[in-house]
Design a protein around this ligand. Structure first.
Ligand code: ZN
Length: 179
């Protein structure tokens, strides 16, 4: 229990530092850390707090992609499993966006069960941030485009946690109803 609290607390602090000054895409240009907090909290709720490494990986899931953090550093500071989960959630940023998106759809079913939960939580959070009360044409297009792609990725991830699957379906329904 004490080790779990420390693990998650250290993950949150490292994520806050490494994503410092970054804004997330979507409503109100919220600080990036809001996205990480939301993903970590969805994972904690989905697993009823039973998997500290999963929640820590939720805080850290974008840290290799968005900063100069390495797998080795995460393995040393946290654990091999936390590092492996973050790597599983890291896109190859040398590829064009369309190819990265295509690979996420293809690769989703090949990921570990825990990485698939992180992917679903990530998509729930990202759809939510794209829902606007009074969307512009561009915002509508972005939400439609993102949601359609997220459904394809999540189709290859679902089945491991019914609470998270339902949350995702709710997010998609809310997104479509907002258009
Ligand atoms: Zn993310």
């Amino acid at each position: 229990m004490l080790a779990a609290v420390r693990l998650i607390s250290e993950a949150a602090e490292l994520a806050a530092r490494r994503h410092n000054g970054m804004a997330r895409k979507g409503r109100g240009d919220e600080p990036y850390i809001n996205h990480l907090a939301e993903v970590a909290n969805l994972l904690a709720a989905a697993t009823d707090g039973a998997d500290a490494e999963l929640v820590a990986a939720g805080w850290l899931h974008d840290v290799i992609e968005d900063s100069d953090t390495t797998r080795e550093e995460l393995a040393q500071k946290f654990s091999d499993r936390v590092a492996a989960l973050v790597v599983e959630c890291t896109d190859d940023m040398s590829l064009p966006k369309a190819e990265r998106r295509r690979r996420q759809v293809i690769d989703a079913p090949k990921k570990s069960a825990s990485a698939r939960l992180i992917k679903i939580a990530d998509k729930i959070s990202n759809i939510g941030a794209r829902i606007h009360a009074d969307p512009t044409g561009e915002e509508r297009d972005d939400l439609l485009d993102y949601t359609g792609w997220a459904e394809q990725v999540v189709a290859g991830c679902r089945g491991g946690n019914s609470w998270l699957d339902t949350k995702f379906d709710d997010a998609v329904r809310t997104a479509r109803a907002s258009l």
